[in-house]
Design a protein around this ligand. Sequence first.
Ligand SMILES: Nc1nc2c(ncn2[C@@H]2O[C@H](COP(=O)(O)OP(=O)(O)OP(=O)(O)O)[C@@H](O)[C@H]2O)c(=O)[nH]1
Ligand SMILES: [Mg+2]
Length: 239
Amino acid sequence: MTKLSVILPTYNERENIPELIDALHATLSPWNWEYELVVVDDNSPDGTAGVVRSRYGDDPHVALLVRTDGRGLATAIRYGIERATGDTVVCMDTDFNHDPAMIPQMVKFLEFYDLVIGSRFVMRGGMEDRFRQFSSGVYNFGIRLLFRTPVHENLSGFFAMSREKILSMPLDDIFYGYGDYFIRLIMVSWRRDYNILEVPVFYRLRMHGHSKTQFVSTLIQYTRALFSLWIKLWQGRMK
Ligand SMILES: Nc1nc2c(ncn2[C@@H]2O[C@H](COP(=O)(O)OP(=O)(O)OP(=O)(O)O)[C@@H](O)[C@H]2O)c(=O)[nH]1
Ligand SMILES: [Mg+2]
């Protein structure tokens, strides 16, 4: 790896993002890697972008991208990846669900794997929110049955991959919607025979602020996304 880009999608994360950027600096600086932290903010009404600009405007490691035309988690991640300058990319949530301390090992494993996923569903992985842990577990089981794949975590959104490899994927077919983009990313990777590694991660509760995930509407959205992906794959419309 010559340079790491950490993609940080934010929507109303003004309280979390400075702590996360500081934690990322603390985690990454001992490794002597070149790195950038790419914040992709969808013009959050709470002023997240302003906080990043005022605190990290002079920080050469922080790149702030603000989108003013619409919002969406998956398209924000794609936007960040496309504009990143590193050869290796890590994507993660910005509310401390995803532990920044896991990044060095995920990046190091990329020496041997094409895609490294932070997984709650391998030994020692898990989640503080027991209800979400249970429901995500059941959902993942359903995905494995439907698609006949062995990946335990299809919903995480915490992953490391070479930027070139992501950009070689059918981005329009993957990066839309919400966290369901991750199901499609895994499925394309699996069908391309990429070597996938799941490393155990434990999700803490969001540190500050409010969730953007509404359980029932997310469940419906993901289920729709699953079946349309299933049909697309069956019809051979996605490689
Ligand atoms: N840029 C951008 N980021 C978003 C958008 N929606 C969510 N995010 C970010 O995506 C990540 C996941 O959103 P969360 O609200 O934490 O969803 P969750 O992890 O399922 O829910 P909780 O952690 O329980 O609150 C966070 O870093 C959000 O700031 C969006 O429309 N645009
Ligand atoms: Mg979260």
